[in-house]
Design a protein around this ligand. Structure first.
Ligand code: APR
Ligand code: ZN
Ligand code: ZN
Length: 363
């Protein structure tokens, strides 16, 4: 039975979002229909709306979501109706070289649902990041659903689907932060704050938050930062060295995506330390470094893609830690809003003004 539900659609480049009736087909083979309970508002949704990702309008926005599986198609074994799940961007194949080597986040053959969701006139919708969860229901590939503890609050759980996972994963998966380590995080937005929480979770002794915005530094402290550096007032490389006995941090996580902060991250690490790049640069950005510094400092320079996460491993584990009170996912939820166009536009505005970590649409 095809269903008609409400969803938030970006109709065209820079046009305001609209509440539309979305036609959700029955799940086909390998697909699942999920009744969305909560979905976070992310920068990527705004980029879709502005046409910054691609031109495949109209978009069904929303991609940091948790909900309950309503029905599954033929051959689905991962989840069943009634399961509480967190959604991820893409189902991986499990067979390609990357999957076989235990790096499914680089899978060559990922997929989303094969059937389209449409408007009532048949116009095909492009779901944001293959999810499209600013809607009462959405159709995804079953492999995009990860079952987690149903007692977790949906607004918090859904955040693991994107930015919060990227940050936590940068610390625990890519950076391999260890007990007693010193960690510096440059850029304390949602991703950087999640990296701070991840570093604390991994047992870091010192977590140094770096930002140019004093409000962000204050928030970073409540996320678990032990020290802060206002890099609009102080050289952050010197600052990090001062706080680490003159050496630099064991792990430096860059969560801005600019050449100057990449450079700071590079020099703020201890000899043989690790730099984790999470901030996404634009295509024209370049950075020049003296080769002797690259060679002579040792250690490693890594980029972190989706927190190098394995949803089936990381989502349930992080939800368990959240339920035990060891990971405060609720702290990332600044406000909850309804499924409305005006509400979403306001949330985009607040996000751009840097006033919120996450606004979450709750259904
Ligand atoms: N030095 C330090 N901090 C900076 C600088 C700078 N030169 N410029 C900006 N910042 C800070 C901002 O003040 C803000 O707190 O970086 C933070 C960026 O946060 P958000 O804009 O909320 O972005 P976020 O969602 O956290 O994502 C950060 O990670 O995954 C990527 O694409 C994402 O590149 C983006 C980055
Ligand atoms: Zn694969
Ligand atoms: Zn996102």
């Amino acid at each position: 039975m095809v269903q008609r539900v409400r969803g938030l659609v970006a109709p065209g480049r820079d046009e305001p979002v609209r509440v539309e009736t979305v036609v959700v087909p029955d799940p086909g083979p390998g697909e699942a229909v999920v009744a969305v309970q909560a979905c976070g508002v992310c920068h990527t949704d705004l980029h879709y709306k502005q046409g910054g990702i691609n031109d495949e309008f109209p978009f069904l926005l929303g991609h940091e979501a948790a909900g309950v599986v309503e029905s599954v198609g033929e051959g689905v074994t991962e989840v069943e109706a009634g399961d509480f799940v967190v959604l991820n961007w893409r189902a991986v194949c499990g067979r390609c070289r990357a999957c076989a080597r235990g790096r499914p986040w680089y899978c060559f053959d990922t997929h989303n649902a094969s059937q389209p969701m449409t408007l009532t006139d048949g116009t095909v919708l492009s779901p944001a990041l293959g999810i499209g969860a600013f809607a009462e229901k959405t159709l995804v590939a079953a492999g995009q659903c990860t079952k987690v503890d149903p007692l977790a609050a949906p607004a918090a759980a859904g955040l693991l689907g994107c930015g919060v996972m990227a940050g936590i994963g940068a610390a625990i998966n890519t950076g391999q932060v260890g007990r007693g380590d010193s960690v510096a995080v440059i850029g304390c937005g949602g991703v950087g704050d999640a990296a701070i929480a991840g570093a604390r979770l991994a047992g870091a002794a010192k977590v140094i938050a770096v930002d140019i915005d004093a409000r962000k530094l204050q928030a970073a402290r409540s996320m678990g930062a032990t020290h802060t550096i206002d890099s609009s007032a102080q050289d952050p490389v010197e600052g990090v060295r001062e706080l680490t006995g003159g050496f630099g941090a064991d792990v430096v996580i860059e969560a801005v995506g600019r050449p100057e902060t990449y450079r700071q991250a590079f020099y703020a690490r201890d000899l043989a330390g690790t730099v984790v790049l999470v901030g996404v640069p634009t295509p024209e950005m370049t950075l020049e470094l003296p080769l002797l510094d690259v060679f002579g400092r040792g250690g490693s320079l890594k980029s972190s893609w989706y927190g190098d996460c394995l949803p089936s491993r990381d989502f349930p584990m992080l939800i368990d830690l959240y339920r035990q009170g060891r990971l405060d996912l609720d702290a990332f939820v600044t406000e909850t809003i309804g499924l409305g166009d005006v509400e979403l536009e306001k949330a985009f505005g607040r996000m751009e003004a840097g006033e919120v970590l996450r606004s979450v649409v709750v259904l």
